[in-house]
Every structure is written in C-alpha cells, then in structure tokens.
Design a binder for this molecule. Structure first.
Ligand SMILES: Cc1cc2nc3c(=O)[nH]c(=O)nc-3n(C[C@H](O)[C@H](O)[C@H](O)COP(=O)(O)OP(=O)(O)OC[C@H]3O[C@@H](n4cnc5c(N)ncnc54)[C@H](O)[C@@H]3O)c2cc1C
Length: 438
C-alpha cells in the first residue's frame, strides 16, 4: 500500500484543525502551508453531525469563530462567510449572537472549501498514529495508518479528533442495533421507521439527552418516550457574564500557570457552566412539551429522575433495563425497543492518543503551554493535541472560544521549531507568538 509524506499532518477536520488550517494559510510560509494535510474520516465537513438538528443553536457567540478573536480582518471570519453567501442582512436582523448550529456547520464547510494552500482530504479515517525511529531508536517523525491501508508520514502531527463517546458499562453487552449514542443520533434515527410506535429510553441529564428527547418528538412521533437521569432534574447551565470571562483566550495563560489546587477549584466551579446542564431556552421548550403532553392526555413522554440504569440486556425481542431508584434503592424494570445515550464523552484521552503515548513509552499524556505533547526531548518531531487539555489549559479547551488563538499558538510553535532545526539548535527556540496580540 502507498505512503505519502507531508510536513504536517492534522487528523480530524473539526473546528480545531480547521482553525489550524486557517492559521497555517495566514501565518505560515507557503512551503509549510502547501505541505500540510488535514484528514477527516467523514465524507463532508460538518459540525457535530450527530445532533445537527435544524433548531439547535450554538452556545457561544458567532464572534468566537475560527479566526475573529485572533484577527478580525481575516477573510475566514463568520461575518465574511455570511457576506459571501448573501445572508449578512438576515443574520443581523435576527439580532442574536448565537447562530444556529447548522449555519456554523455550513461556515466550517465554507472555510474548508475556501482554503487555498492547506489540503483537506475527506473520507479518510486514521486508524493509528505511531512514532517513527531511526536505527539508533531516535524519533524521526510520525506515521499515520489510514483505514484504506495506506500511510502518511510527517514531521509534525496535530491530533484534533474530539473525544471518544462514553458508553456506560451497563450497556456493554447490548447489541449495537438497540443502542444509539448522541454522536450517531441523526444518522441512526433516519434508518428507523418514522411511524412505528417504538418504546424508547433516552439516558442522560444534560444538553445532548435533552436535545434527543426533543428531537424524537418529530423524528419518531408515535414513540413512547422515557428520559432517565441520575440527577434531580434538568438544570440550566450556570454561566454568567462574570464566569464567562474564564472562557477568554487570555485566561488560558492564567489557568496554565495556576497552582494545582487553583486549577482544581476553577474546573470544579466551572463544571456546570459547560457540562451536566442544559441551555435555558431548551428547558422552557421541553417543559412546555411535557405540559402539553399531559394536558392533551397523551402521556407518551415522561422524565424519570434520581434513577440509574443499573443493567441492560436483550431478552427475546426487547431490551430490558434494570432501573435503580437512588432515593429508595428500589429496583424495577423498563422494557424498551431502543435506547439513546446522551451520556457524553470519555474524560480520559482518546484511544488514538493513548496508543501513541504507549508507543512513546509515556506514562502520562500532557502538553506544554503551546499544546506540544511532552515527550522529554524538545528536538524530537513535534506532536500537538487539540481539544483535550482541560486539565492544563482550562475549561474552554474543548470549545470554539479558544480555537483561533490555540491554532496561532501551535503554528507559532511549529515555526519556531522549524527555525531551531534549520539553525541546528537542539530543541528549537522558545516559541514566539504569532498573529495579533491578545
Ligand atoms: C452536540 C454538541 C454541541 C456543541 N455545541 C457547542 C457550542 O455551541 N459551542 C462550543 O464552543 N462548543 C460546542 N460543543 C463542543 C465541541 O467539542 C466544539 O465546539 C468543537 O466541535 C470541538 O472541535 P474539535 O475539532 O476539537 O472536535 P470535533 O468537532 O469533535 O471534530 C473532530 C473531527 O475529527 C474527526 N475524526 C475523529 N477521529 C478521526 C480519525 N481517527 N480519523 C479522521 N478523522 C477523525 C471527526 O469526524 C470530527 O470531524 C458542542 C459539542 C457537542 C457534542
């Protein structure tokens, strides 16, 4: 099978690596930009396609796009996208800072199409990334194995694959045909028979479970629907204008240099500004739905709180869920045809990164301030991790809020690293920031 060699390989064409592609186009010399490749396993560029419902809205300002916070004059801004596709007037007239998710998704696809130098290859899944070594065992670069059996070798590697979906242990032995994680929602629900009266459970107590609960009303209108959660009920996110300041790109430095106890406190207090919570407008709409369901005597939708799904098994032609009431300890069963999991993502590093770290002999995966994987020797070909560094870079790390600046940080580090290598420096120079000052 064939091998291609590039200078920089970025795995995943989500917002993180698209922002990097933009930064490479705008800040890197032509030889680096033109020798950079972004690969994406999906056949199109879409933002969180599993839950790309037409009514779903972004939860951050449209100004936190792939570039504006770094350079508001960039041609890759969301505003330029609106202008180009002829929707600037109507967007302004909507008077909202929060665009629909489908228009952010379309913006990302537009950015991918508008790149002049960085290449993007779609339908190109990466199955493994491995270190390459010379005869003396020194790291010389990276090798990415692709699903079609070919390989790509590179000097720089940037992993921006998002996190792995979390499947609770109770569902480990349930056939995949009956369990649908939120990341697969739209694709899988489209394969079901819309009119059938499925018995459905949605598991989870936050935004993605709430969104599926709402979407199923339209997608499977005759289904009998139970939302099951451990918590006391759906709760609004706790974001205020004060705490939102901790999502500023400039806060990354403060967080990175904070002492360990400070980081722990900040992450704990910020938890409900982003996780285990639901957007307030979604709560209103769901509550009105349930109210109407009861008012019209349909009783086809219900929410069960303070309950664990403690076991699940397929029996004959149905799924039997064992529910444990967290108040009383009482155990009951619920018979369903399908379960939708709004259970979020695995907190630990994605499997792709963990396997790479194991190959490198690292017992922990950590990055420096500029997102470079710490391997112990700065002269080694560099690998960067995007979107998985909350513990060191703060709660904004998985969000759009810092994508533009992070991309510039990584680009700046690569440029410094290249310069150091060209000068024959071991380890390259300390990275200089590129782009606009913060
Ligand atoms: C439903 C939902 C709504 C959200 N809403 C918001 C919001 O409103 N605002 C916000 O700031 N954040 C939001 N987020 C957080 C979200 O993580 C970020 O917005 C953003 O998508 C992170 O970008 P990313 O590029 O790091 O990861 P992702 O967006 O997850 O992109 C990763 C990409 O890598 C690809 N990929 C994965 N593995 C491979 C592989 N092995 N080979 C090739 N390609 C691969 C995937 O197909 C995907 O396209 C939301 C998340 C979810 C799940």
């Amino acid at each position: 099978m064939s091998n291609r060699e590039v200078e920089l390989l970025a795995v995943g064409a989500g917002p993180a690596n698209l922002a990097l592609a933009v930064a490479l186009e705008e800040l890197a010399p032509t030889d680096l930009a033109e020798n950079s490749l972004v690969i994406e396993r999906a056949r199109s560029v879409e933002w969180q396609p599993g839950l790309l419902m037409p009514w779903a809205k972004s939860q951050v300002s449209f100004l936190k796009d792939l570039v504006t916070l770094r350079d508001p004059r960039s041609r890759f801004s969301f505003l330029n996208y609106l202008h180009t596709v002829g929707r600037l007037d109507s967007f302004i007239n909507m008077g909202s800072f929060l665009p629909y998710r489908i228009e952010i998704s379309d913006y990302l696809a537009w950015v991918a199409d508008s790149l002049a130098r960085v290449r993007i290859q779609l339908g190109c899944g990466c199955t493994a990334v491995e270190p390459r070594r010379d005869g003396r065992g020194r790291l010389t670069g990276w090798l990415a194995r692709l699903a079609d059996g070919s390989t790509v070798t590179s000097r720089y590697l940037v992993l921006g694959t998002g996190r792995d979906p979390y499947l609770p242990g109770a569902f480990a032995d349930v056939p995949g045909s009956r369990v649908i994680h939120s990341t697969q929602y739209r694709a899988r629900v489209a394969q079901l028979s819309r009119e059938l009266p499925y018995r459905v459970a949605v598991v989870g107590g936050a935004q993605s479970a709430a969104e599926m609960f709402r979407a199923l009303r339209e997608d499977l209108p005759n289904c009998d629907l139970t939302l099951i959660m451990r918590s006391i009920g759906l709760r609004a996110d706790e974001l205020t204008k004060f705490t939102n300041e901790l999502y500023y790109p400039s806060f990354v430095d403060e967080f990175f240099t904070a002492q360990p106890e400070g980081r722990v406190q900040i992450l704990a207090e910020m938890e409900r500004t982003n996780y285990r919570s639901t957007a307030p407008d979604m709560l209103e709409s769901l509550y009105a739905d349930l109210y109407l369901d009861r008012l019209t005597g349909q009783h086809r939708r219900r929410i069960v709180t303070l309950t664990d799904v403690s076991a699940a098994r397929e029996v004959s032609d149905e799924l039997v869920l064992e529910l444990t009431d967290r108040k009383t300890g009482a155990v009951s069963t619920l018979r369903r045809d399908l379960v939708f999991l709004g259970t979020g993502f695995v907190r630990e590093m994605p499997a792709l990164m963990r396997r790479l770290a194991a190959d490198l002999g690292l017992d922990q995966i950590t990055v420096d301030r500029r997102y470079r994987l710490v391997t112990g020797d700065l002269s080694e070909p560099a690998c960067y991790l995007q979107g998985v560094n909350e513990e060191t870079h703060g709660i904004s790390d998985s969000l759009l809020s810092v994508a533009a600046h992070r991309a510039a940080d990584i680009t700046g580090d690569i440029l410094a690293h290249r310069l150091g290598a060209a000068d024959g420096h071991r380890g390259g120079r300390a990275a200089e920031p590129v782009g606009e000052p913060r």
